[in-house]
Ligand binder design. Structure first.
Ligand code: HDD
Length: 705
């Protein structure tokens, strides 16, 4: 939403947006007032006894101003503190009435407003975006039957099986208690100590050490509901369901070195990307898919459907696309909307229910509980972003920050208020939440089910499913993380655990840490699931929104640049010209090229691809600029497509690109050279569509594969 555009004039003004309009306050030309509406003529000078005298307590404006300021902060989320959000809508492709009576899934094309918040888990509110971490992917559907929250992550599994372990896990992964380090990182002793002693975390660790933990963009990562939930249809029949979000732009990641540099160059990397894409009208889009399992097939798998450390491999139960979500509006006030949004796994609507997954059961307690402290009392659901668009009619009263002037009595049954609010649904089948009638029996026991005991098979499945470069990155990540661990005992225990995943993995990690390779477990299998590899998760977004840098200096071949730029922008890429100074550069033929950014303010890590133009004088200037040479070197090392014209090749040589890619064969590795702007542009576009070239000479660490 471009600030200033009246919401009510937008074509996509939906029910939620209309509701929010009632809460929007934009100062117009009116005079400054106190909270009480009294006009204030000076907010720069406190009231004082004499021009150089003491400040007077009587100055109610000064006191009110300072007091309000002193109370501006609220506790940040205990996890997922850093995030970014956006509004949009969801629409189903077809009716899902066969499986669920959820109203918002009945009619093809009917739009339900949503708010989505993406987040990292470990770091505080002010931490960097591009850390190695799980990303939260929480969606609030404002349905006509009440709010439904799908509070997921970008990994389909979790660290632990039982919610009672969540405080232990979070205490271990968060900054250490004595010195509050490290910020936004799991590379420290307490995290690995916990994981090494809690082998159920192994599968999740494989995801965390993979490039999935450093997404290129919130717009380019998957989302998962993680748990097995339950659809319930109008006849009361249940079907197990797992939810998957799939980004239209494909699943793309950064590489670790790049992510670390980006954390400094732009700590808001992912947040900015989301914001800018929406402002530019490039609305992020995700397809919602479901894996459905009939109730009678509950025991048909070699794992337990209630175990949140397991996936259902897509080859076993395919993901059926059921609808799409588009995010098309940025919030207008970060605090009011993104910070105050309150998600809760127990916010379900008729037709969607829980299972006995012990992680989910605990979450259903924890989310409401945490909002009470975070948002200061039980009325947080009245905050604009949290308000349902469905009617709300409760007997809950009072509490801090009550916003509603409720009329009448507040007990049930009553006769004095005409019996209102009355029990919903007498005689009606739809629109009422009725808990799924699952037979339950058992002794009260504090045990973990035997069916939850296999902690390694799916970690192995993940490893086996990775391509060579994905495996190499996983090994490097384990080496990096465990390399930061001080305790030898923890390192050794963790490497010994990995020997249950795969001998190649444990051997390579051990070698990096200078440890002997442990004996690989005899039970390791060789099954794989191609759907897990990012190599197979391309999107159909072409080069839309990809950021391409052009290095420029006086003497550049402007015509060539314009031709390539034209082709890239046609495909939806964002092209920026970088030179030592802002302003413009003169071409060899006296044409002028406007500079978008000064090179010293940017960095290769902020772009997806690089164009190095020719022109003798321009190339000489760039060769003399270490920032330009570094730009090329990093772009190559981070696997990014590079297009180069004529003399520009000298810059590739100066950046010490391997000789193998400095010729026509380089195109296979995304290093494209040529004097025909048209040919180069075509090859460049295809290369950018592929995102990265991770098998380039010099990139795959031989010890790590
Ligand atoms: Fe959680 C926040 C996702 C397990 C307790 N969680 C939170 C958020 C996401 C998730 C995306 C941020 C929501 C937002 O943007 O406001 N959490 C998950 C997933 C889990 C999971 C996918 C496993 C499948 N969480 C989990 C457990 C517990 C919690 C087992 C506690 C028993 N989570 C919380 C919390 C948070 C939270 C402490 C912090 C802020 C909040 O809830 O609103 O209650």
């Amino acid at each position: 939403m471009t600030s200033g555009t009246p919401h009510s004039q937008r074509p996509d003004h939906d029910d939620k947006d209309r509701q929010l309009d009632g809460f929007r306050a934009a100062p117009e030309s009116d005079a400054l007032t106190t909270d009480q509406g009294v006009r204030v003529d000076d907010t720069d000078n406190a009231l004082r006894a004499g021009a150089r005298g003491p400040t007077l307590l009587e100055d109610f404006h000064n006191r009110e101003k300072l007091t309000h300021f002193d109370h501006e902060r609220i506790p940040e989320r205990v996890v997922h503190a850093r995030g970014a959000g956006a509004y949009g809508h969801f629409e189903p492709y077809e009716s899902l009435a066969e499986y669920t009576c959820a109203d918002f899934l009945q009619e093809p094309g009917r739009r339900t407003p949503v708010f989505v918040r993406f987040s990292t888990v470990q770091g505080p509110r002010g931490s960097a975006d591009t850390v190695r971490d799980v990303r939260g992917f929480a969606t609030k559907f404002y349905t006509r039957e009440g709010n439904y929250d799908l509070v997921g992550n970008n990994f389909p599994v979790f660290f632990i099986q039982d919610a009672i372990k969540f405080p232990d896990f979070v205490h271990a992964v968060k900054m250490e208690p004595h010195n509050e380090m490290p910020t936004g990182a799991s590379a420290h002793d307490t995290f690995w100590d916990f994981c090494s002693l809690q082998p159920e975390s192994t599968h999740m660790l494989m995801w965390l050490m993979s490039d999935r933990a450093i997404p290129r963009s919130f717009r380019m990562m998957q989302g998962f509901g993680v748990h097995t939930f339950r659809f319930v249809n109008a006849a009361g029949r249940g079907t197990f369901v797992k939810f998957h979000w799939k980004p239209l732009l494909g699943v793309n990641s950064l590489v670790w070195d790049e992510a670390q540099i980006a954390a400094g160059r732009d700590p808001d990397f992912n947040r900015r990307d989301l914001w800018e894409a929406i402002e530019a009208g490039n609305y992020p889009e995700y397809e919602l898919g479901v894996q459905l399992v009939a109730e009678e097939d509950e025991d048909a798998f070699e794992f337990d459907l209630l175990d949140a450390t397991k996936i259902i491999p897509e080859e076993q139960v395919p993901v059926q696309p059921i609808g799409r979500m588009v995010l098309d509006r940025n919030p207008q006030n970060f605090f009011a909307e993104t910070e105050q949004v309150a998600f809760h796994t127990a916010n379900v609507v008729p037709g969607i229910d829980f299972t006995n997954d012990p992680l989910l059961q605990g979450r259903n307690f924890s989310y409401l509980d945490t909002q009470l402290i975070r948002l200061g009392g039980p009325n947080f659901s009245q905050l604009p972003v949290n308000r349902p668009i469905a009617d709300v009619n409760t007997n809950h009263r009072d509490g801090y920050g009550q916003q509603v002037i409720q009329q009448g009595n507040s007990y049930f049954p009553n006769s004095l208020s005409g019996g209102c609010p009355a029990h919903a649904g007498a005689g009606e089948a739809s629109g009422v939440f009725r808990h799924y009638q699952q037979p339950v029996a058992g002794e009260k026991v504090r045990v973990r089910s035997e069916s939850f005991k296999d902690h390694y098979s799916q970690a192995t499945l993940f490893w086996n499913s990775m391509s060579d470069w994905e495996k190499a990155h996983i090994v490097e990540a384990f080496r990096f993380e465990l390399g930061k661990v001080g305790s030898d005992e923890v390192r050794e225990r963790m490497v010994a655990n990995l020997a249950n995943v795969h001998g190649d993995l444990s051997g390579a990690v051990a070698a990096g840490l200078g440890l002997p390779a442990p004996q690989a477990a005899a039970t390791i299998h060789s099954f794989s699931s191609p759907a897990l590899s990012q190599e197979n998760l391309g999107g159909d977004g072409g080069i839309r929104t990809r950021k391409v840098a052009v290095l420029a200096a006086d003497g550049i071949d402007v015509e060539y640049v314009e031709a390539v730029r034209g082709r890239l922008t046609e495909g939806g890429a964002v092209v920026e010209v970088l030179a030592a100074n802002e302003g413009s550069v003169r071409g060899s033929d006296s044409a002028v090229l406007t500079v978008d950014r000064a090179l010293p303010t940017m960095g290769s890590v902020l772009y997806d691809a690089l164009l190095v133009p020719g022109g003798k004088q321009a190339v000489q200037t760039l060769l003399d600029d270490p920032a330009a040479v570094r730009f090329v070197e990093e772009s190559y090392r981070h696997g990014k497509p590079i297009a180069v014209q004529g003399e520009g090749e000298q810059l590739l040589a100066a950046a010490r690109l391997p000789a193998e890619v400095l010729n026509a064969a380089g195109a296979e590795q995304g290093v494209i050279s040529g004097d025909s702007a048209q040919d180069v542009a075509d090859a460049f576009v295809s290369a950018i569509e592929r995102h990265r070239f991770m098998r380039r000479p010099g990139l795959l660490n031989p010890g790590a594969v």
